[in-house]
Write a new protein. Structure first.
Length: 257
């Protein structure tokens, strides 16, 4: 029986990050993955030589002031990846069949506001209020700024208890504008009535500020983690999963099978 300081279960981006943080802090880590390779949803698959990304197509936060830039820098893997920023004036396009109309969304909050105000004349102050509210939530969420992490504890905000739908309904009667402002729901996969305005804001702010792909997609991230693991005491075992936890005392697991 081998001994480890920590066992990380699952090697998606969360497990890879956790294992590396522990390893960088001198811990002996076992990373267990039930499938045949590491990476979880960020890994690519190939069909006839063509790469397909399943769960990692684009991201926000890779610009110099972005949260992902900071996270990857702390992990020492920022230089392993090559961001490819999307076109600033046309990062996303939303097509509304009911209107037979295409809406192009740039990035950069001021650019988005300008574009939206052009699409929806008369909604200018509501558009400003929406982005003020998003920024206000993020400014009061300490975990969104690694440079002040630990400075104050995370606490719930009033907006954690309001749904995105409630906030948008209170903001504007224009259904198309409301739909566009909920557009990044595609990134967290639930309806506006099912997500808090606070979590919507935390997810969306960095995507409003910049949008990038990464050269070689999620595989580039996985390779970067693998390279950093070599400098740490991290063992990876694939095709392995925890079947049972035993000898549990005071919420601590004594053994696992
Ligand atoms: C279709 C789709 C598109 C997406 N597009 C984007 C995008 O463009 N940009 C973006 O930033 N995010 C995107 N996401 C979200 C992103 O992919 C996920 O948030 C992220 O990959 C989740 O990582 P994770 O480590 O939490 O979980 P996962 O990637 O699911 O990893 C969990 C791992 O744990 C393993 N596991 C589970 N149970 C066990 C067990 N008992 N024992 C051992 N191993 C176990 C699994 O095999 C898996 O490898 C997308 C998601 C989806 C589904």
């Amino acid at each position: 029986m081998k001994k480890y300081d920590d066992i990380v279960v699952g090697s998606g981006i969360s497990g890879l990050t956790m294992a590396l943080i522990l390893g960088m802090n001198g811990r002996k880590v076992l990373l267990l993955e039930k499938s045949s390779r590491i990476g979880g949803s960020v890994s690519r698959f190939y069909k006839r030589g063509i790469p397909f990304d399943t769960g990692f197509h684009f991201t926000g936060g890779l610009d110099q002031s972005g949260i992902l830039h900071d996270i990857l820098s702390v992990l020492g893997i920022r230089d392993f990846i090559q961001p490819i920023f999307l076109s600033e004036d046309k990062a996303h396009c939303f097509f509304f069949e009911s209107e037979n109309r295409l809406y192009e969304i740039p990035y950069g909050i001021e650019n988005i506001k300008k574009k939206f105000k052009g699409y929806f004349p008369g909604e200018g102050s509501n558009i400003d209020r929406y982005f003020d509210k998003v920024r206000h939530v993020c400014a009061r969420t300490p975990s969104m700024d690694l440079r002040v992490l630990g400075a104050s504890l995370q606490h719930h905000l009033e907006e954690d208890f309001l749904s995105l739908e409630e906030v948008l309904n209170g903001l504007t009667g224009n259904a198309v504008l409301r739909a566009l402002l909920s557009g990044f729901a595609m990134c967290y996969g639930v309806m506006p009535k099912e997500i808090s305005f606070a979590n919507h804001s935390r997810m969306s702010l960095n995507l409003y500020e910049s949008v990038a792909r990464i050269k070689d997609g999620g595989d580039a991230l996985i390779r970067a983690f693998e390279a950093k693991f070599k400098n740490c005491d991290i063992e990876i075992q694939c095709n392995k999963y925890i079947a049972n936890l035993e000898d549990i005392q005071n919420k601590r697991v004594g053994r696992f099978i």
